[in-house]
Design a protein around this ligand. Structure first.
Ligand code: COA
Length: 347
């Protein structure tokens, strides 16, 4: 098994996972609402008012999720000031290939050697799920440092002719480094509250391309290889589930909603974020947002928002931060941390 150079320093007891590095990367091409309107029956006003998006990024067709992950991952490693980790965990809905996982290639291209590397598929909750798994590896002593990446090329799985999904999703990547530290230390991940509802899995689904329905792989229309979404149903469940999970995560940290300095909520729709914040009693000025400029970047959404909020000074050392996500599965997850000093986001 690969071991990083200072694995011998693994603390024996009361170890937890602490955020020590943060990075993000966006492909340069911006797609405006007006550009979408040239081939979709929609409008700039509808998209701004109903979703809250003005522009999203699209990777060029030769750029895959692994490329975005390498960019964000290298920035997170630089932010943490390290060049080795014990594991790479990549959350994505859009892996480079159905097989193998994308994380081993990302680890190799980052020069991380033969470390453990694997993907996690939990839709827009993927980054919080991946961080929870990484924190478990650290708490159990299996790893001392883990690179956790959320990266998506959503443009690869969106039907450009579908007005109910094409305006929403964007491409991008964000990453954090988690390292062994003490519980109670700033940056330590709090308890996770997570769950899933597989009975509503068809609310967001790509019908063809996996092992289900493989008989129709050659006859299915192209659109069946893209995301189908019952947006209204997703919206309803998103608010309900995120409010419940966030309430329990805050309570596990010993916080009342009024104690929360920053709510980092998955950027699905500005109305969803506003609904979650209102139900939690957290005022809008404590709810950073970047959906207007990046859209819904699925598993990349939370680390991208953390990086943008930190870089813009919206996240300050000592802030009590409540993180919550929701997406396909259906799956949701919430956790907490006190924002650490000395973590500079690399963009
Ligand atoms: N432009 C213009 N009109 C549109 C449109 C678009 N891009 N997309 C849908 N509409 C129309 C619908 O056809 C419908 O028309 P009708 O009343 O004539 O039938 C009307 O707008 C209302 O549709 P509805 O689906 O009820 O709208 P909504 O308020 O729920 O907003 C979403 C649609 C998709 C923006 C919203 O449901 C959403 O954001 N859901 C969460 C999606 C998400 O982020 N999922 C990812 C995982 S979290």
């Amino acid at each position: 098994m690969y071991q990083s150079e200072d694995r011998s320093k693994t603390p024996a007891a009361a170890t937890t996972a602490v955020l020590t590095g943060l990075g993000a990367w966006l492909p340069p091409r911006e797609v405006t609402n007006d550009e979408l309107c040239s081939h979709l029956d929609t409008s700039d006003t509808w998209i701004r008012e109903r979703i809250g998006i003005a522009v999203r990024r699209r990777a060029d067709p030769k750029t895959a999720t692994g490329d975005l992950a390498v960019e964000a991952g290298s920035r997170a490693l630089r932010s943490a000031g390290i060049s080795s980790v014990d594991a790479v965990v990549l959350a994505t809905t859009t892996p480079d290939h159905p097989c193998p996982a994308t994380a081993p290639d990302v680890a190799a291209r980052l020069g991380l050697g033969n470390v453990a590397a694997f993907d996690i598929s939990a839709g827009c909750s993927g980054f919080v799920y991946a961080s929870t798994v990484a924190a478990g590896l650290i708490r159990s002593g299996t790893a001392t440092r883990v690179l956790v990446v959320g990266a998506e090329t959503m443009s690869a799985i969106i039907d450009p002719e579908d007005r109910s999904t094409a305006p929403i999703f964007g491409d991008g990547a964000g990453a954090v480094v988690l390292e062994a530290g003490r519980p109670g230390q700033a940056g330590a991940l709090g308890e996770v509250v997570w769950g899933s509802d597989g009975e509503r899995g068809d609310a967001i689904v790509i019908p063809v391309g996996g092992s289900r329905n493989r008989d129709s792989r050659h006859s299915a229309p192209k659109a069946d290889f893209s995301v189908r979404m019952h947006g209204n149903e997703v919206l309803r469940h998103a608010i309900r589930r995120m409010v419940a999970a966030a309430t329990r995560a805050a309570s596990a940290a010993g916080w009342e909603p009024a104690d929360v300095d920053r709510l980092i909520v998955h950027q699905a729709n500005a109305r969803i974020s506003a609904g979650v914040a209102a139900a939690l009693g957290i005022p809008p000025e404590r709810v950073p947002s970047n959906i207007a400029e990046v859209g819904n970047t699925a598993a990349a959404s939370i680390p991208l928002l953390l990086a943008h909020a930190a870089a813009r000074g919206s996240l300050q050392p000592g802030h009590r931060v409540l993180v919550v996500a929701f997406g396909s599965g259906l799956a949701w997850a919430a956790t907490t941390l006190v924002w650490p000093a000395g973590v500079c986001a690399e963009l």
